[in-house]
Ligand binder design. Sequence first.
Ligand code: GDP
Length: 414
Amino acid sequence: AHVKVLRSLGPEGRTLPLQGHVGFDSLPDQLVNKCVNLGFDMNILCVGETGIGKSTLMDCLFKANFDDTVHSHKSPGVEISEHIYNLKEGNVKLRLAIVDSVGYGDQINKENSFKPLVDFIDEQFENYLQEELKIKRDLVTFHDSRVHVCLYFLVPTGHSIRSLDLVTMKALDKKCNIIPIIAKSDTVSKSELDTFKANIMEELRDNDVEIYTFPTDDETVAEVNKDMNEMMPFAVVGSREDVKVGETTVRGREYPWGVVEIENEQHCDFVKLREMLIRTNMEDLREVTHRKHYELYRRGKLKQMGITDDGAHPVSLQETYEQKRAEHLEELQRIENEMRQNFVNKVREKDLELKRNEKELAAKYEGLRKENNEEKKRLDEERKKLDDDLAALKKKREDLERANAEHANGQNTK
Ligand code: GDP
């Protein structure tokens, strides 16, 4: 109670003037130094069909030449390929992972195209959670592989979003920050682009697809972020070529009728995307991933493990463990009983079958025996008849012989 009195000095505490320089004004510098030394992790997931310009755009965003193997359109399923690069600008180190959805949208049956993406994101959350749950955890130097932003490349059809894209975005929107972008926007005319953008936003709203919005709570960036939110989705153009415009060389695409400069804001929104993604909101993307998406995953996972703290009786880890163990043993017992019962049933069935077979065999044998007896009787009778016939014939022959002999004797006496 005593301490409480001392501490209840109004909601803000007391403001005391210091009598000299103490030095805690260097706290922000200490923070910055620590972060800079450790470096930062940033993981970008690029989703869009093969050839839509994902790798080209990544090269442009970071002014680098990342992996540029051209992927075929014939992959049997969606594969995740992850490349990690260590970048350095000034004295700031960035460990950048570019995750590509190879083969996305290339199959005839696209039903489960988003599954490998969801699985990948969950796997990264799981890795982080496992690290957190370790007794000797080390989250400071742990390389965070969670997807901080998903750049969703929309096909520049000029009218609306394809259902595949809606389904995928819906599946991802609770798991990561989605920033939809219109790819290869040099193929859509300026007037079409405005309606296209409006249609996209409307369809996302109608289907309750939640996309990332740039934060407007920090007043230093609130204004610009608010404006940029209204310009979503950004229509971008990518290129790996430098072309000459007048005296200067710029990154762009050259066409017979002119040059599209990717860094010219009159030509496309590439610069806006880069500003928003890298210069202004990278930290917010990382923070939202941790605070919102990871938290949701973590909560779900812990609940699955039976750990809650919202009920009337908070359950301890030990109790949960015991309970889960009991459940597990019960389940094992149940399975064992089921197997035993199955075995007994099988044996009984086989037994019945054998008995049935035996009976059938006996009946068959009896039938055959009867048939055999009858046949024998018939044959006996036939033999007897033949014997009788034979005796009769014999007798007849003897009679005949005797008659012949008598006849011959008669002749001789004459
Ligand atoms: P990925 O398979 O999605 O990584 O696609 P790539 O980045 O390999 O690009 C495929 C092809 O599209 C390449 O020939 C690029 O030059 C071309 N391309 C990339 N970005 C654009 C763009 O903004 N506009 C046009 N017209 N073509 C582009």
